[in-house]
Design a protein around this ligand. Structure first.
Ligand SMILES: [Zn+2]
Length: 115
């Protein structure tokens, strides 16, 4: 696992958030490096996974450079994730197929709460 996630290189329409850990990067960054927290999705090798596992629909971004010490990170349940930019909430769930991938890798997945 990387020490820190890539910081988004742009803040335009190409930004996407990982549906599992809510890490925010650009589409190209997910394609090149995958998700630093969810390497088992293999987005860097299977580029269709970027579309399956990330969403352009999210609200708000916080950057968190020391998740272990941040109250916001604890509140967002990202304190075990690498430092990076995260969104406060995603509105979509992982597909059943991708939830199965999480299960196969013994990785917990918490679906977003219905608001
Ligand atoms: Zn992720």
């Amino acid at each position: 696992m990387a020490n820190a996630a890539q910081v988004p290189t742009g803040f335009g329409h190409e930004l996407r958030a990982c549906l599992r850990c809510r890490l925010v990067k650009t589409y190209d960054q997910f394609r090149e490096m995958g998700c630093e927290n969810c390497t088992f999705f293999n987005m860097d090798k299977d580029h269709e996974r970027v579309v399956d596992c990330t969403t352009p629909n999210f609200n708000g971004i916080i950057s968190c450079m020391d998740p272990t010490k941040s109250w916001a990170a604890r509140w967002l349940r990202i304190s075990k994730f690498v430092p990076g930019c995260y969104t406060l909430a995603v509105s979509e769930q992982l597909s059943d197929e991708m939830q199965n991938v999480c299960e196969d890798n013994n990785v917990p997945y918490v679906p977003p709460k219905r608001i």
